[in-house]
Design a binder for this molecule. Sequence first.
Ligand SMILES: NC(=O)c1ccc[n+]([C@@H]2O[C@H](COP(=O)([O-])OP(=O)(O)OC[C@H]3O[C@@H](n4cnc5c(N)ncnc54)[C@H](O)[C@@H]3O)[C@@H](O)[C@H]2O)c1
Ligand SMILES: [Zn+2]
Ligand SMILES: [Zn+2]
Length: 361
Amino acid sequence: MAYEVRGVVARGKGQPVTVETILVPDPGPGEAVVDIQACGVCHTDLHYREGGINDDFPFLLGHEAAGVVSAVGEGVTNVVVGDFVVLNWRAVCGQCRACLKGELQYCFNTHNAAQKMTLADGTELSPALGIGAFAEKTLVHSGQCTKVDPAAPATAAGLLGCGVMAGVGAAINTGAVRRGETVAVFGCGGVGDAAVAGAKLAGATTIIAVDIDDRKLEWAKQFGATHTVNSKETDPVEAIRALTGGFGVDVAIDAVGHPAVFEQAFYARDLAGRVVMVGVPTPGMEITLPAIELFGRGGAIKSSWYGDCLPSRDFPMLVDLYLQGRFPLEEFVSETIGLDAVEEAFTKMHAGDVLRSVVVL
Ligand SMILES: NC(=O)c1ccc[n+]([C@@H]2O[C@H](COP(=O)([O-])OP(=O)(O)OC[C@H]3O[C@@H](n4cnc5c(N)ncnc54)[C@H](O)[C@@H]3O)[C@@H](O)[C@H]2O)c1
Ligand SMILES: [Zn+2]
Ligand SMILES: [Zn+2]
């Protein structure tokens, strides 16, 4: 029998989201139902609402969540009822060509629940990133559940499920920031500040935060930025070169997802440096660069899906560091809100008033 719960649905492109009754089926083989305790509002939810990801409306939004497993289907062995879990959107298959090479973070066949959640009238929902956690309960593949220390509050732990992990991972996994390196992070929202915090964790000595909003730059300092640049007022490439002996940074991270910002990141790095694109561009955006610059500067240009994380390795590690006071997970939580305030949270995010609004259920 299906569970009847409330969830936040985006019915059409650009339309305000609504709280609706949704039906969550009992878990089938390999699936789990999770009682959501908290779910952060990520810019990607807004991308879905804007039709920037795909056109599979209606979407059940929310994907940055923690909660407690309330039911498991046949054959589930990695979690049991009562486990405190952070949901992930990369449940690795273990069998695709990436997994077989031991590169599970690139898994090309990640799992989601096979059954569909629906609206009360039976219309199938597309859960954001295969999760859909702005809801009292959600149905996922059991591999999407990563057990972490229940001592961590769900409001903070849930953020690892997307934005914070993407940002931290962009620095420590994709960018492979090392002790003593210089790093620039463009865009200091939840993802960018997590990249700042990740660069600090990895031991970077110069961490330059770039944003067009001075409030964001102030917050970035709290996460470890050693310098800030308002790129509305100052040319960020020149400013970054000036702060790095004229050379540019070892690692430049684009946490905005706009071609103009990517170009700044490209030119703000040192020779043989790494550029990491973690911000998500929308379809239709194009990047044009002189090929000789691409070749001549050497180094690497990498995109970072989910911070190239392995949830089973990285979520418990970051929760443990947080509980030891070594990673500021709860500082990403700007406010806690109810399910009915997601649309308002989008407005605040757009206006730059919050780092993360977190829905508490
Ligand atoms: N790769 C992934 O796995 C992954 C995961 C989560 C989110 N994302 C993406 O990361 C991006 C950031 O997400 P977020 O939740 O931090 O969003 P956010 O809206 O909270 O933050 C974006 C920040 O960029 C700043 N900004 C906007 N235009 C700028 C410009 N031209 N130059 C410098 N800064 C600028 C804004 O002031 C804001 O501080 C989004 O594109 C989101 O979809 C990617
Ligand atoms: Zn795989
Ligand atoms: Zn997200």
